[in-house]
Write a protein that binds this ligand. Structure first.
Ligand code: NAD
Length: 483
């Protein structure tokens, strides 16, 4: 059963100006069209910008607590529609029902969090250097912002940009990824039902170049928040910088977990396995390198390979351990990297193939895959694969493991498994990553602390989430008052 969605512009659901559409198919049954969306272009972007700019002054002057009340109510509405949103997400993106349900819950929690935080948007009073003078700061919205999001967290990421943008008093135009845009429509319906004024939040679907391009180039956009690949994000940052827009891009990762001899190896294998194969390896924070001390290397490789082979792969709606890849392209890319790994001389320990037969034939299913004997300069240890492929690299000491962890262009998330507190503390202090964890998987983030990468994982301008989420969407004015 296929559903047809619209753009959401000025409080109305509309077709694209040209009437063109595109289809989204089920990753677990690729012939099945699950939804149809507007294939928009510059005219639709301009219409959304007209609405967002027109709504800006009134929304900016709406008191923070009132803005927050709308966000809280949107969270309540989403909670009431959680099962429906979860199903839309699984049918478009493919992750398991449990993973999708957790992601929808996160979006609900983010609405409630920024619903409360909208009360705190204000500024700071400082002591002035003369009597009869007040010196303070005031946070003002940027204006109208462009939000461009990827397919792998198709509800959490749009909401972790939209909620702080609106809480801070901005209006927004959101362009979701074309692989899984449907669940964003549920979010906009929840905001609309919560009483969000027309034009404050708008959604335009379509291709990156036809919709995202005109958005980031527009002089009417005051800020750009992008999440996606490093290749596209770099281009987005360069384009947005031409007329000095505020810009933040959060991008790819090649995240390591270091395993030291004091670790419980079964536990470490599970920590790495969940990080590597959860969400089919399609998380920016997925564990794609295990850097393992030579004393426990063979034991770890055996344990993590057993873990990989124990996973049940299937249609996300049946809630297996691991769902399919989102698309044929992503599946092909992963299979290509598996070939590259073998050609580079790594040893295939588990998986390594497309799953076939019965229910697998129509979907984009791949086996959870483990390579051992990987050199850290190999392509499978350096390039983001974005699939369930783990490269296990050998280290001969803690110093060696730390150096290997840092010897990569990316710097998003990193973890270590050890019972030696000195090693753990040194690792979190010295690893070059925006998120550093001791005895925890590289995936999984709390919503009330900053999130973002180092090195090529980020523009390193602003963080997302927590207080940092509001900082990006606010300008700070410093006020001197003499009386
Ligand atoms: P992508 O870069 O292909 O696309 C991201 C978004 O940019 C999509 O909406 C796409 O349509 C749009 N886009 C594409 N070309 C554009 C252009 N020329 N101008 C403007 N917009 C354009 O990424 P993806 O495949 O959707 O997502 C996977 C990537 O996202 C991975 O690299 C992953 O690591 C990264 N990611 C990062 C984080 C993070 O917080 N660091 C979180 C999730 C995903």
């Amino acid at each position: 059963m296929s559903r047809t969605y619209g753009n959401f512009i000025d409080g109305e659901w509309t077709d694209s100006h040209s009437g063109a559409t595109f289809e989204v198919t089920n990753p677990a049954a690729a012939g099945e069209v699950v939804s149809v969306h507007p294939a928009s272009s510059q005219e639709d972007v301009e219409a959304a910008l007209d609405a967002a700019v027109a709504a800006q002054d009134e929304w900016a002057s709406t008191p923070g607590p009132s803005r927050g009340a709308v966000l809280r109510e949107a969270g309540n509405n989403l909670e009431a529609r959680k099962d429906e949103a979860t199903e839309v997400l699984v049918r478009e993106e493919g992750k398991t029902r449990s993973e999708a349900g957790g992601e929808v819950q996160r979006a609900i929690d983010i609405f409630h969090y920024y619903g409360a935080k909208a009360r705190d948007v204000g500024g700071t009073v400082k002591s002035a250097s003369a009597p009869g003078k007040d010196l303070y700061t005031k946070h003002e919205p940027l204006g109208t912002v462009a939000l461009i999001t990827p397919w792998n967290y198709p509800i959490a990421i749009p909401v972790w940009k939209l909620a702080p943008a609106l809480a801070a008093g901005n209006t927004a135009v959101l362009k979701p990824a074309s692989e899984a845009p449907g669940v964003v429509s549920v979010v906009l319906e929840c905001l609309d039902d919560a009483g969000l004024p027309a034009g404050v939040a708008n959604v335009v679907t379509g291709s990156g170049s036809e919709v995202g391009g005109p958005l980031i180039e527009s002089e009417r956009i005051d800020g750009v928040s992008f999440t996606g690949s490093t290749a596209v994000g770099t281009m987005v940052a360069e384009t947005a910088a031409v007329d000095l827009k505020r810009v933040q891009c959060e991008m790819g990762g090649k995240n390591p977990t270091v395993v030291m001899p004091s670790a419980d190896i079964e536990d470490a294998a599970e920590t790495v396995g969940v990080g590597a194969f959860g969400t089919t390896g399609q998380s920016c924070t997925a564990t794609s390198r295990a850097i393992v001390h030579e004393d426990v290397y063979d034991e770890f490789v055996a344990a993590v390979s057993d873990y990989a082979e124990s996973l049940v792969v299937g249609d996300g709606l049946d809630d297996p351990d691991m769902g399919p890849h989102v698309s044929e392209d992503e599946l092909s890319s992963t299979l290509e990297y598996i070939d590259i790994g073998s050609a580079e001389g790594a040893t295939l320990e588990a998986g390594g193939g497309r799953l076939s037969g019965d229910d697998y034939d129509d979907g984009h299913f791949v086996e959870p895959t483990v390579f051992s004997g990987v050199e850290n300069d190999a392509r499978i240890a350096q390039e983001e694969i974005f699939g369930p492929v783990l490269a296990v690299v050998k280290a001969d000491s803690f110093e060696d493991a730390l150096a290997l962890a840092n010897d990569v262009d990316y710097g998003l998330s990193a973890s270590i498994v050890t019972q030696d507190l000195s090693e753990g503390k040194r690792f979190v202090n010295e690893v070059e990553a925006g998120v550093a964890k001791l005895n925890e998987k590289t995936t999984g983030l709390e919503l009330h602390v900053p999130f973002g990468g180092y090195k090529d994982s980020s523009t390193n301008t602003y963080r997302e989430q927590g207080d940092a989420g509001l900082d990006f969407f606010s300008s700070v004015k410093t006020i001197y008052e003499n009386y």
